[in-house]
Ligand binder design. Structure first.
Ligand code: KG4
Ligand code: ZN
Length: 334
């Protein structure tokens, strides 16, 4: 089954062609980073406008790269939520209209389910069951995944998402937006142990997160070291990154132990973080747990993961209805 995937939930306009939920034939991502970075974050109105400009060329490019015409695809899968409503509506309305005009089935996909399915696009996908950490700009949650569409929420952040913490700390340190990539680069020149920021483990038996205290601790450090903090940027970044990585790693491994599960995975934009990837590999190795991660270019938002999730929904007989609408907040299993 050849599926055209479409994603427009935040600041990436993306289209992809994926065969049987696993083989990427084309994946195009038009990033809006340049549009939003002067504002230090995503401006919803600008995102919607940019999606409208980009959606047709991005879909055309994906089909061209896959060397297919629209009539040769079997179905369309599109992100339905969660995300920015105005941004979602562009991809969703386009996909629905395109599917009806082609006479093809279509299905709405939960963006978070999509991130989990990015794992099945790698050359080394996990077997079931596995414990997945989703760490992105909007979400930080742990799931117990027993089949492609059986995804149980075990814990989630009570305040900021991990990626959001990277973005806010980056802004605080004057390093720009988005923050994940730049913080991780600068951290390589810093000493992670010199400035120790707090790790919020909350209830050790539970799998919820909190990152707002960590962000406030970085702000306090900057405010109480007005003369020196700029020259310490790399150490601050490294100390902050280490605190995030330690908590994410500890909670994910602890969730795996609680279910006696020997497979863990990490997905979402923050899964591109090299310190997190390496730390997880090292720690999991010590406990003989296998770690699965998508390739770095599939960690951030893309449409291939939406097509991969859509494949399983369509096979399960789910299809979109003309009256369906997007949603801004909703967890998995929609
Ligand atoms: O999954 P994603 O592209 O979009 C959402 O669904 O939110 O994740 C974007 C987030 C941003 O907050 C960004 O700063 C973070 O992922 N990110 C990273 C890295 N690359 C992107 N965080 C840490 N280290 C990275 N290398
Ligand atoms: Zn995402």
């Amino acid at each position: 089954m050849i599926i055209l995937g479409i994603e427009s939930s935040c600041d990436e306009t993306a289209a992809a062609v994926v065969a049987d939920g696993t083989r990427i034939q084309a994946s195009v991502v038009a990033s809006q980073v340049a549009v939003h970075s002067p504002y230090g974050g995503v401006v919803p109105e600008l995102a919607s406008r940019r999606h409208i400009e980009a959606i047709v060329p991005v879909v055309d490019q994906a089909l061209a790269r896959a060397e297919l015409t629209a009539t040769q695809i079997d179905a369309i899968a599109v992100t339905r939520g969660p995300g920015l409503v105005g941004a979602l509506l562009v991809g969703f309305s386009f996909a629905r209209a395109y599917a009806y005009s082609l006479g093809k089935p279509w299905v709405g996909v939960n963006h978070l389910t999509g991130h989990i399915h990015s794992l099945f696009l790698s050359s080394d996908p996990p077997a079931f069951p596995f414990i997945a950490l989703l760490a992105s700009g909007g979400h930080t949650s742990i799931y117990y995944v027993t089949s492609p569409l059986s995804i149980e929420l075990m814990g989630r952040t009570r305040d900021d998402a991990a990626g959001e913490a990277f973005d806010k700390v980056s802004k605080l340190l004057g390093l720009g937006y988005p923050g994940g990539g730049v913080i991780s680069r600068i951290s390589q020149e810093g000493r992670p142990g010199r400035i120790v920021f707090p790790r919020a483990y909350l209830d050790k038996q539970a799998f919820d997160f909190s990152f707002s205290g960590l962000k406030s601790a970085v702000r306090r450090y900057v405010e109480t070291h007005p003369q020196t903090w700029k020259s310490e940027t790399a150490d601050i970044a490294a100390g902050f990154q280490q605190a995030v990585v330690d908590v994410l790693t500890a909670k994910l491994l602890s969730a795996a132990r609680s279910r006696k599960c020997r497979r863990i995975a990490v997905v979402g934009g923050v899964a591109a973080n090299q310190c997190l990837r390496q730390t997880l590999r090292d720690k999991a190795d010590q406990e003989e747990i296998s770690v699965f991660m998508p390739p770095v270019d599939l960690c951030g938002d893309n449409a291939a993961m939406i097509a991969a999730a859509g494949y399983h929904l369509l096979r399960a007989g789910k299809t979109g209805e003309l009256a369906d609408d997007v949603y801004s907040t909703k967890d998995l299993n929609t």
